[in-house]
Design a binder for this molecule. Structure first.
Ligand code: AHR
Length: 321
C-alpha cells in the first residue's frame, strides 16, 4: 500500500519540514536529500544549518530540512516522513547517541542510504548507515586537557576544575568528557570538583555556572565548557559574581566560533578548541557520490586546530563562522 500525502503530514505532527513534495524535484532530475537537524541551540549549530542549506543550493540538490527543536522524537518523525516521501538520501545529526535502531532499520528496509552528520549513534549494527562525517570529539577533549596541563605547569597545589557538559547522552558530551579526563588523570593535582550539563546553551551555561560559584566560590581554578556558548554564558555569571574571567578562573571551551574569538579578544576566555560546523559541501559531495554508485568512506574526520587567546586577534578576520 502506498502512503498518501495526508498520512505523511499526519505522521509529521508539528515538525516543520521545509521544501516541497519531492515529485517536482525528481521530474527536474534533482537529487532529494532529507536532513534532520537537532535545533538551534548554539552559534555552532546555526553555522552548521547555514552550511548545509547553502551547500545544497550550490550543488543543485533539493533539500528537505527539518528542525527537531532538540527532541529525539521529532528527529524520528522527520526521518519517517523522509522515508514515506522516498527521498534519495537521508542525513541527520543525532541529538543523542542511543535509540535510533528502529527508525534506521526502517530506512534500510526502504533502501534509502543514511549519512550521519556531525554526531555518531550508538548502535551495534553499523550497516544502518553508510558513512559518518564530523569531528573527533574525544580528540577535542584531549586537546583541551593537553592545553590545560601545559598551561598550569608552574602552578603549585591542586587545580580545581568545574565542567559544563553538553546535552546528556549526546556524542560530543560523552566524548569530550572522556578525552579530557584521559589527559588530566596523568596528574593527580587536577580534580573535577563539579560537573553538570548546560545543554550546550548560553542560558543554561550561565545558570549552572552560577550554581557552581555559589557552591565552590573562589575554590574554582578552571572552567572546562564543552562548547563556546556555555562558556560565554558562564563568563557572564563569573563577572556578576565579581570575579575576572580568564584571570581568576581559567576558561577552556570548544567550537572556536566567532563569539569565542570576541571573548578571547576581550581577555575573557583563555582558549577554544576548534570544531568545524562547515560540513555542508562534503555532505553534498557524498550525496552525489552515493547517487553515482560510489562507496563512501565509513568515517570522514574533520581537520581542526586550537586557538589560545594570544592568537585570537590575528585569526579572527579569517574565521568563517
Ligand atoms: O555536535 C557539535 C556540538 O553541538 C557543538 O560543539 C555544540 O556547540 C553544538 O550544539
Amino acid at each position: 500500500m502506498t502512503t498518501s500525502r495526508r498520512q505523511v503530514i499526519a505522521a509529521l505532527g508539528a515538525v516543520p519540514v521545509v521544501a516541497a513534495w519531492p515529485g517536482l524535484a525528481r521530474a527536474q532530475g534533482k537529487i532529494v536529500l532529507g536532513f534532520s537537524q537537532i535545533g538551534a541551540e548554539s552559534e555552532w549549530r546555526t553555522a552548521n544549518s547555514e552550511s548545509i542549506k547553502s551547500a545544497a543550493k550550490e550543488a543543485g540538490i533539493e533539500l528537505k530540512f527539518s528542525d527537531a527543536q532538540q527532541k529525539q522524537e521529532n528527529q524520528i518523525k522527520a526521518i519517517r516522513s523522509f522515508i514515506a516521501q522516498k527521498v534519495d538520501v537521508i542525513a541527520f545529526s543525532p541529538v543523542v547517541e542511543s535509540g535510533w535502531g528502529t527508525v534506521l532499520r526502517e530506512a534500510k528496509a526502504a533502501k534509502i542510504p543514511v549519512i550521519l552528520s556531525d554526531r555518531a549513534v550508538n548502535e551495534k549494527d553499523d550497516s544502518l548507515w553508510v558513512s559518518f562525517m564530523g569531528s573527533d570529539f574525544v580528540e577535542e577533549g584531549r586537546k583541551a586537557g593537553r592545553w590545560l596541563l601545559e598551561n598550569m605547569k608552574g602552578k603549585a597545589g591542586d587545580v580545581n576544575i568545574v565542567e559544563l557538559q553538553g546535552t546528556v547522552g549526546s556524542a560530543p558530551a560523552i566524548d569530550r568528557k572522556k578525552g579530557f579526563e584521559e589527559i588530566i588523570k596523568a596528574d593527580p593535582r587536577f580534580k573535577i570538583i563539579r560537573s553538570q550539563t548546560g545543554d550546550f546553551t548560553r542560558a543554561k551555561g550561565k545558570e549552572v555556572m552560577e550554581a557552581f560559584l555559589k557552591a565552590e566560590g573562589k575554590k574554582i581554578n578552571v572552567l572546562y565548557a564543552h562548547n563556546d556558548d556555555m562558556a560565554i554564558g558562564a563568563i557572564q555569571a563569573i563577572e556578576e559574581a565579581g570575579m575576572k574571567p580568564a584571570k581568576d578562573i581559567t576558561i577552556i571551551s570548544i567550537d572556536a566560533v566567532k563569539g569565542a574569538f570576541e571573548a578571547m579578544m576581550a581577555g575573557k576566555l583563555n582558549v577554544s578548541v576548534e570544531c568545524s560546523p562547515l560540513l555542508g559541501p562534503q555532505l553534498m559531495q557524498a550525496v552525489k557520490d552515493l547517487k553515482a554508485g560510489k562507496t563512501l568512506p565509513r568515517r570522514i574526520v574533520t581537520e581542526e586546530g586550537i586557538f589560545p587567546m594570544e592568537v585570537a586577534a590575528k585569526e579572527f578576520p579569517k574565521r568563517k563562522y
